[in-house]
Design a binder for this molecule. Structure first.
Ligand code: SAH
Length: 397
């Protein structure tokens, strides 16, 4: 039995934990110790004293993130076991290969480690804490990581939590190397393609690992096509399209920095490739000015239009408008890869927004594929909130 301080729930509030949902909302708590420090590990008990789980306490609407439903300490052995399971799973998915050195090793709740993200880029691991508890346990996580990965696989560990921890917790962690940091090779491989990853300044941990399988699918459809990659960021879809034999690829992002990273990644793989051009422009404006019928493969992978429930309606309007613009311009027989990474928008809502756009466009539209996040971003079945990436591949006549 673990010996942590105890939080007792109100009567009737134990049901979701008994179904292994890993969050305790603050309203469910009847009693907690006065001296509880944010990020501290606690035992959670039902009103009748029954043990429910051990987790990290945090001030806010999600008050406890359950790390284990077994009464065990969240210590070095716990992290070693959990990270080792996560690594074994990625190995069995055949993601750890000489030609694939980019993968997500730990995906929070999906790996029963709420608050923890670990992405691997070549010989660098990037750790991101989304809870104060993980920040407090950082040394345990780092040590476990060093122990469970094969020797020499990871030489550098970078911590990137400046933007992900609650401001009021007053932690202000600096983005920095926890180990290594010298002679760092920023180039890593995804399915045999080379990418320069900017974990220091890039978005998220530096790369959108979650689009790997969808990029690979796009490669199959790219041959001979005129491709438009909207919201290109590091140019993932563009590079796959070029390898797939696209006739031309245009990459668009409103960030000049992103466009320059895309150009570098194209050059890394194909040198000067006259098929590729890039534009630092607003996607909506770019689509408005595009001549109809010029592109027969369009990718729309915008940032999350809704970050919270209150923004859902506006976000749905945004998806509808964006998809309508693309549907109006795509050549007959074209393919549209369209995505939403807004966690608060369901696959059904997204599909309805795209349906509305299709209906207004008056085009004949078929759904060829329904896409989601890849297996190294697993969804804990008891935590449906973990499902966030949705995509549709449409054929437009
Ligand atoms: N498709 C990318 C990830 C896209 S992330 C990949 O596979 O890696 C979303 C991108 O949209 C960011 O790079 C951001 O700079 C860009 N963006 C945000 N608003 C935009 C707008 N209005 N027009 C064009 N790009 C925009």
């Amino acid at each position: 039995m673990s010996s942590y301080k105890e939080i007792v729930l109100r009567s009737g509030k134990e049901a979701s934990l008994q179904r292994f949902h890993p969050w305790v909302f603050s309203g469910a708590i009847a009693r907690k110790p006065e001296d509880l420090v944010e990020g501290e590990t606690v035992r959670v008990l039902a009103a009748d004293g029954t043990f429910l789980g051990v987790g990290h306490f945090q001030i806010g609407s999600i008050a406890v993130r359950i790390m284990s439903f077994v009464d065990e300490p969240i210590d070095a052995a716990f992290y070693k076991k959990s990270l080792s399971n996560a690594y074994r799973m990625r190995s069995s998915l055949n993601l750890v290969r000489p030609d694939n050195t980019i993968f997500r090793l730990v995906h929070g709740e999906g790996d029963c480690l709420p608050g923890l993200i670990v992405d691997i880029y070549g010989d660098t691991a990037v750790i991101q804490a989304h809870s104060v508890g993980i920040h407090r346990d950082l040394e345990l996580v780092t040590n476990a990581l060093k122990q469970i990965l094969p020797t020499d696989m990871v030489k550098h560990i970078f911590y990137k939590s400046e933007g992900t921890l609650p401001y009021k917790a007053g932690i202000f962690p600096e983005n920095s190397y926890l180990s290594g940091g010298e002679d760092v090779d920023e180039i890593a491989m995804e399915n045999g393609l080379r990418f320069r990853i900017d974990w220091l300044k890039g978005q998220k941990t530096g790369f959108f690992v979650d689009q790997r399988e969808n990029r690979a699918l796009l490669e199959y459809y790219a041959k001979g096509r005129h491709v438009l990659n909207m919201f290109c960021y590091t140019g993932g879809f563009s590079v796959y399209a070029l390898r797939g034999g696209a006739a031309s690829v245009m990459s668009v992002d409103s960030s000049a920095k992103a466009v320059s990273i895309t150009d570098q990644n194209v050059a890394l793989n194909f040198g000067e490739d006259p098929r590729h051009s890039s534009f630092p422009e607003d996607a909506f404006k770019f689509l408005r000015q595009l001549s109809g019928g010029e592109k027969d493969l369009i990718i729309l992978d915008p940032p999350a239009f809704a970050k919270h429930r209150g923004a859902i309606n506006n976000a749905l309007q945004g998806y509808k408008k964006l998809n309508l613009q693309a549907l109006q311009k795509i050549a007959p027989g074209g393919f549209l890869f369209t995505f939403s990474c807004s966690q608060v928008i369901s696959a059904e809502q997204f599909r309805l927004a795209v349906f509305s756009a299709a209906a207004i466009s008056g085009r004949k539209v078929r759904i060829l594929h329904q896409l989601t996040q890849p297996a190294d971003h697993p969804i804990n079945i008891y935590h449906p909130e973990g499902e966030y990436l949705k995509g549709l591949v449409l054929q437009v006549e």
